[in-house]
Design a protein around this ligand. Structure first.
Ligand code: WT7
Length: 647
């Protein structure tokens, strides 16, 4: 495809933007040559109760790993996202909420946001929630989800948002891991006209979480719900009974702000911990430069608050900048495939940020649903979550953006807190499919398998050589796992888990995960998690899960399943297993393809050879590599003959 294509920055874009190309190079140079001075200055983006005197205190190992930014400063995230703007923006819209039903929308001003967050903060305090306590938020995309996050931040409680698509079991695991004492949820969610039983799921999850003494329930649909007296309280009642004045707790820069669970290559999901000061500085700064946000603009990120994108770029970054952020409850294709663009027209959206999987799904519906809308308010488009294939990039640019809007392809991770590699709209010539250049202060390095740093145009494993303020601080409750996962493969560097190519212009092209993590519709899924869900089924003896290329999702989930002796494969059982994984983890983990495997290819020491399984799932047998070390080479032929993904 058009790998050679370059889209230059137009002069009008460059001159209107915060930063142009020469501005980028000079600021980047300052940021990496004197990080202390650079970040010391950037820290002033937010308001501090007590200013910091130290900027950076970081050790990347070997041995000791600790990351501290602005360590002696104090502040409060909710104060910065709300109170700080009140003098000028009390009546300015902070959040535009667009409901699942196109007839449902509302504007929430900074003044209203302040009152709502204060009330909920007091309601939580009245239920005994205090600084440092963990609060799990299991919510649909309604304004109360943002209020809940900000109310926790205001009183110093640590929130853990669990995506509303996760199952009761997955929710229970996350509540238990961080010992939450309070859950905030809704009666039901509403997506694409369908109800999601959030309260019922919560009740089920909490059967195994005895520490939870409070469940706050937002009435969203008015559907019937179970009720546990003493534990459960309606959100509207709890907030009506309390004062609308709730002082923002003074927090140290390194006090935890939130935990967000994310899948890794092994074991249970990890609780990624982000702290207060550095996180907010980084979220605000990246939102300002990457989206080139100017006051008065309407900014829309289509993510769910259950993912880090929703944390940094629906709630914290935009609100820290006093922006108007749009929050959408629904899905791209309801009531029809024109919904995104109708919403852009309805609310005059300037900046639109979504995932490649949504673009590919909409691309399939043709141009008409796009072209039937004006989109004349749009000036910038963004992409996040997975590599965007050049075909989808070109369509996004041409059809959605009418060739007028630059596209920022933003690479980052739950762990990084904010965007690390990305174009800046006024500064970076674009190459479709490349996340382009590092953001200020970010030093990407490519290393080979032995950790040797590769220079120039090359391909390798992507590491970051030095810290930035938005970086995660630890795995909640397991600092050893933090060190193991991110700092042991290449001592002295943060290892991202991604493979990456750097071209002759110094542009970065993310090639995907190099570990056993797959990226399904922009969501990270650990293959080990899906495998352990499958083997928990009484008829399954063993399973191996890999990713394979999927037209819409980017990667699909391909599961090889060996049944216990005496069980016969059937279509019925296949459906049962798909349903089982949905129930165990959630719909995003459903296997797309299940292949019955009488045996799995293993080395003589019993290790499953995933490389071979990946090749078979990709329908590519050209290079299966060395199979001579297999205990039983015959199983490979059987798997090839019965593969599910025949071209
Ligand atoms: C993984 C992180 C970042 C928020 C959403 C996902 C992949 C993310 C891009 C991009 C290529 C990307 C990487 C990364 N990824 N953005 N623009 N181009 N790949 O967060 O669930 O923590 O997943 O998503 O593989 O490691 P996450």
């Amino acid at each position: 495809m058009t790998e050679g294509a370059v889209y230059e920055v137009s002069e009008s874009t460059a001159s209107a933007a915060w930063i142009d190309e020469s501005g980028y190079f000079s600021l980047y140079e300052q940021s990496v040559s004197n990080p202390e001075a650079f970040w010391g200055e950037q820290g002033k983006r937010i308001e501090w109760f007590k200013p910091y005197s130290e900027v950076k205190d970081v050790a990347y190992g070997p041995g000791d790993v600790h990351i501290r930014w602005y360590g002696d400063g104090t502040t409060n995230v909710a104060h910065n996202c709300i109170d700080r703007h009140l003098a000028e923006k009390r009546d300015t819209t902070a959040i535009i909420w667009e409901g699942d039903d196109p007839a449902d929308s509302k504007h929430i001003t900074y003044g209203e946001l302040h009152e709502q967050v204060c009330r909920l903060g007091n309601a939580l305090k009245a239920r005994g929630v205090k600084k440092g306590d963990r609060v799990t938020i299991y919510m649909p995309m309604i304004p109360e989800a943002a209020y809940a996050m900000l109310a926790c931040a205001r009183i110093g409680a640590i929130h853990s948002v669990v995506f509303g698509g996760f199952s009761p079991d997955a929710l229970a695991g996350r509540v238990q891991d961080c010992a939450s004492t309070c859950v905030i949820t809704a009666d039901e969610g509403l997506r694409g006209g369908r109800k999601v039983p959030l309260k019922a799921n919560t009740d089920k999850a909490l059967e195994s979480c005895s520490d939870v003494d409070t469940v706050v329930v937002v009435k969203r649909t008015g559907g019937d719900v179970g009720w546990k007296d003493g534990r459960d309280v309606w959100y509207h009642e709890a907030c009506a009974d309390v004062s609308a004045d709730c002082p923002a707790e003074e927090m140290n820069a390194e006090d935890p702000l939130f935990i967000l669970y994310t899948s890794g290559s092994t074991g249970k999901p990890k609780g990624v911990l982000h702290t207060t000061g550095g996180y907010l500085v980084y979220a605000a700064m990246t939102h300002h430069y990457v989206f080139d946000y100017h006051p008065g603009e309407v900014y829309w990120c289509t993510a769910d608050v259950g993912w880090v994108t929703g944390h940094s770029y629906i709630v914290y970054g935009p609100l820290a900048n006093g922006a108007t952020t749009l929050m959408f409850e629904g899905v791209p294709n309801y009531p029809d495939a024109s919904r995104f663009w109708q919403v852009c027209d309805k609310h005059k959206v300037d900046i639109f940020y979504t995932a490649p999987t949504a673009i590919r799904a909409l691309m399939r519906e043709g141009e008409d649903p796009v072209k039937s809308t004006s989109r004349s308010s749009l000036r910038l488009l963004g992409s996040v979550g997975e590599p965007i294939n050049p075909e989808a990039w070109e369509w996004y640019h041409k059809v959605v953006g009418d060739e007028r809007c630059p596209i920022v392809d933003t690479w980052w991770q739950t762990e990084t807190g904010g965007i690390l590699i990305t174009p800046l709209p006024g500064a970076t010539p674009l190459k479709p499919g490349s996340a382009t250049r590092p953001f200020f202060g970010i030093k990407p390095v490519l290393v080979d398998a032995d950790g040797a740093v590769l220079e120039g145009a090359t391909e390798g494993n992507l590491c970051i050589a030095d810290s930035w303020p938005g970086q995660m601080r630890t795995v909640y409750g397991d600092h050893e796992r933090f060190i193991q996962t991110y700092f042991s493969s290449y001592p002295g560097k943060y290892f991202t888990g991604d493979g990456c190519r750097r071209d002759g212009d110094g542009y970065y092209w993310i090639t995907g995960r190099v570990d056993d993590v797959i990226n399904v519709s922009g969501h990270r899924m650990g293959t080990a998690e899906v495998e352990s869900a499958l083997v928990a089924h009484p008829k399954v003896a063993e399973s191996a899960v890999v990713g394979y290329p999927h037209d819409i999702k980017g990667q699909g989930i391909y599961a090889y399943v060996t049944l216990i002796a005496g069980e016969a494969p059937s279509e019925e059982l296949r459906k049962e297993l798909v349903g089982w994984v949905r129930k165990e983890i959630g719909p995003i983990a459903s296997p797309d393809l299940i292949q019955w495997a009488p045996g799995l290819p293993k080395t003589r020491s019993g290790k499953i050879m995933r490389r071979i399984l990946r090749k078979i799932a990709e329908d590519d047998f050209s290079n299966l590599g060395d199979t001579s070390t297999l205990a039983d080479p015959g199983v490979v032929n059987d798997l090839i003959d019965n593969r599910m993904n025949k071209a």
